[in-house]
Design a protein around this ligand. Sequence first.
Ligand SMILES: Nc1ncnc2c1ncn2[C@@H]1O[C@H](COP(=O)(O)OP(=O)(O)OP(=O)(O)O)[C@@H](O)[C@H]1O
Ligand SMILES: [Mg+2]
Length: 294
Amino acid sequence: MESKRCKIKDSECHLKRIQDWHNSFESGISSLIETLKGLEDSSIEARKECSEHYARTIELTRAKTRFTFEVSHELKAPLASVYNIINVILDGYLDGDIEKQKGLLDRARVRIKSITELLNDLLMLSRLEERTKELEKEEFNIGEVFSSLIEEMNEYAEKSNIKINWNLSDNYPHIYGNAELIRRVFANIIHNAIKYSNPRGLVEVTGEKENGSFLLRVKDHGIGIKEEELPKIFNIFFRGENARPNRKKEGMGLGLSLVKRIVDAHGGYINVKSQLHKGTTAEVRFPEFQKKEK
Ligand SMILES: Nc1ncnc2c1ncn2[C@@H]1O[C@H](COP(=O)(O)OP(=O)(O)OP(=O)(O)O)[C@@H](O)[C@H]1O
Ligand SMILES: [Mg+2]
């Protein structure tokens, strides 16, 4: 802005200077308003981000509390039962009857086994979730998983009065992964199909190479899953209404949450379709091992 002085009586010059001041003041104010507006926008953005973080923290805290509650609940009953068994024996209620004592100790052993299994599953879940330790993986033929699995599942099916039709192609691909965990995935899915079948039901298991992956399809004609429950089946401790204790289907709602995390850790895919009272089909895929080009 020009800063020349005006002669005292030169009103035009004074007017011009006032006009200039006014203009520069106005442009200063509008740039200040722009800056303030920018600040307001970023503070609205920051406030929005902050409240999203807050909502997420609340949600995670609730999930943690629910998780602690569920685990304590699952551990409480078997631990109380073992405690009572020890008391009955130590307080001499069985008058030294060795056979009765053995029977009770056997029951305690079963309870402790189920507690250990629960803790192992929970440890595995947190290991898979945190990914603190990379899984031990190697290249293996997926057919190896089936030899012992078929026997174990047939035995369980027979006890439950269910028939399994195995339809496995003998052209098994190689997979890069943890064979023990992949076996667990297949075992959990087939186990569910047997458990949630109606007596004398049929479970169909198909396994084949398809589009660069190994696809296992397990179909049952059992109790099915309610449509609104389907999105929740991979949640930890979720059990469908049909499966809850009064329906006498044993379980803790951990199987599929483990399955999903193992599948994800292998770059695989799982999809479950179901119709209530008609049956369920689970499909799981693991990518075929790709040899690196030299
Ligand atoms: N094949 C199936 N048919 C009907 N319902 C199923 C089937 N598979 C899973 N579900 C439903 O999904 C729920 C979650 O399954 P998941 O395997 O995680 O737990 P679970 O079988 O109840 O217990 P766990 O596997 O820990 O012994 C089940 O409780 C059941 O309601
Ligand atoms: Mg299960």
